[in-house]
Ligand binder design. Structure first.
Ligand code: PSV
Ligand code: MN
Length: 424
């Protein structure tokens, strides 16, 4: 399904005068709106191909309706999001859930929908039908060389798919680890993993990056072989200049100071980018900004500070992606909410008065520093984000538009109620 641009125009006309009032007020409150809007327009957040269907838990899955049943339909869903918010101009494929059968047709569709192909993701956390070796006891870490070889080859195949589509990075997330004390020799597991990653790294094209994603627990519950940012950074440093640490917000132990992790990874030039989501307990994969919006702002504050310190391009130098699961919501509505939360946090971070903050920090003025961040966080930036969308041709109120136009009902008409998107 493609969105009729005249419908967006009509929607915008309806909300324009109200928006203008809010935007005029924001402009009077905030000094550098034009510079912020320019940055917001450039900023794109990739949508993972596995987030377009209804998610589930280990207790079950309550299917949605009108889910995308093919890669083409998943791309159309991302195209729909992008048409509405103009900030979702990339898709990230998980292999083998979404193996492109006809590269040129998929590339053509991507171009029609204005979508880029973000990082490709390998999957050695599940066995696939017909697969020779099992990953039950790990993949790249496995004590059995034949299993490691199979997992290495899979990652190299994923790179090949990505090259065909114009991706430029490989994300490796390993479920490898152990469930019980004594099960694994930690050092051997690390060394096997490193050697395996080295072989994959050697197959990276010159202009590619490798993102090493860490996770504290699940599905292994005693140890994870890439369990935290320290371990990921060890691998990235040992692998070389093209390897980086990827932060997924849900992959930490409770109360971890993620903003500090981000700051130090940026300082080391080793931050790959983000998988955004939110959580209350563990890897809950909830809508971005739904539980801890202040933390999200603090993370963006460090991102902007750290990227500017290194002269980095906010839009292109790191990989930005949502990695969430929608168990009780329409995935497209959830993704619209998530992208909006990301754009708001980014806008807030751009608003921070760096000189004032630096002065407060240099003078040990704790209250001034804290107040500055708090006041910035409480500034209403919704109309600034909406203005960026408007100028790019998106909808002033994407979620409202989605509901008013009954887009899910249209998708159900096209696809039926029984289609099932691939993924977990
Ligand atoms: C693992 O929990 C993860 O965050 C990794 O990024 C996976 O590739 C993704 O979720 C999909 O299951
Ligand atoms: Mn992730």
């Amino acid at each position: 399904m493609r969105i009729d641009t005249s419908a967006i125009q009509k929607h915008n006309d309806q909300y324009l005068s109200r928006h203008q009032k809010h935007f005029d007020f924001a402009k009077s409150e905030v000094g550098n709106t034009e510079a912020i809007i320019k940055k917001l327009i450039d900023f794109q957040v990739a949508i993972p191909s596995w987030a377009l269907g209804t998610g589930g838990t280990r207790f079950g899955r309550f299917a949605g309706a009108g889910e995308p049943g093919t890669l083409e339909q998943k791309m159309e869903d991302v195209g729909l999001l992008h048409a509405l918010n103009k900030s979702s101009g990339a898709i990230s494929l998980h292999i083998p859930w979404d193996i492109p059968k006809d590269y040129s047709a998929i590339k053509k569709l991507g171009a029609e929908l204005n979508l880029k192909f973000d990082a490709v993701n390998s999957n050695t956390f599940q066995d696939q039908p017909g697969q020779e070796q099992t990953y039950k006891f790990g993949s790249l870490q496995n004590v059995n060389k034949a299993i490691r070889k199979q997992a290495i080859q899979h990652n190299i195949d994923v790179i090949k798919h990505g090259v065909e589509l114009g991706s430029q990075s490989l994300t490796v997330w390993l479920s490898d680890g152990s469930c019980f004390p004594g099960q694994l020799n930690f050092r051997k597991a690390f060394q096997n993993t490193l050697e395996s990653l080295e072989e994959i790294y050697a197959a990276l094209p010159a202009d590619w990056k490798m993102f090493v994603e860490y996770k504290a627990f699940e599905p292994n519950f005693y140890s994870m072989t890439v369990g935290d940012w320290g371990q990921s950074l060890l691998y990235a440093n040992k692998l070389g200049a093209k390897a980086y640490t990827l932060v997924d917000l849900g992959h930490h132990l409770p109360n971890a100071n993620i903003e500090q992790i981000v700051s130090l990874l940026l300082m080391e030039g080793k931050l790959a980018g983000f998988h955004f989501n939110d959580s209350k307990y563990g890897d809950d994969d909830l809508t971005v900004g739904s539980i801890k919006p202040y933390q999200l702002f603090l993370i963006f504050n460090e991102l902007v500070e750290g990227m500017d310190a290194r002269g980095m391009n906010h839009a292109t130098d790191l990989g930005w992606m949502i990695d969430a699961s929608h168990n009780v919501k329409d995935p497209l509505e959830d993704l619209l909410q998530s992208v909006e939360a990301i754009m708001m946090s980014y806008a807030h971070a751009l608003l921070v008065d760096r000189n004032k903050l630096n002065t407060a920090q240099d003078n040990n003025d704790v209250v001034a520093a804290q107040e500055l961040l708090k006041q910035t966080f409480h500034t209403d930036v919704r109309s600034i984000v909406a203005e960026a969308r408007l100028r790019s041709g998106g909808a002033l109120q994407p979620l409202q538009f989605y509901r008013e136009q009954q887009l899910r009902q249209q998708l159900i008409k096209e696809r039926g109620i029984a289609t099932k998107a691939t993924g977990l």
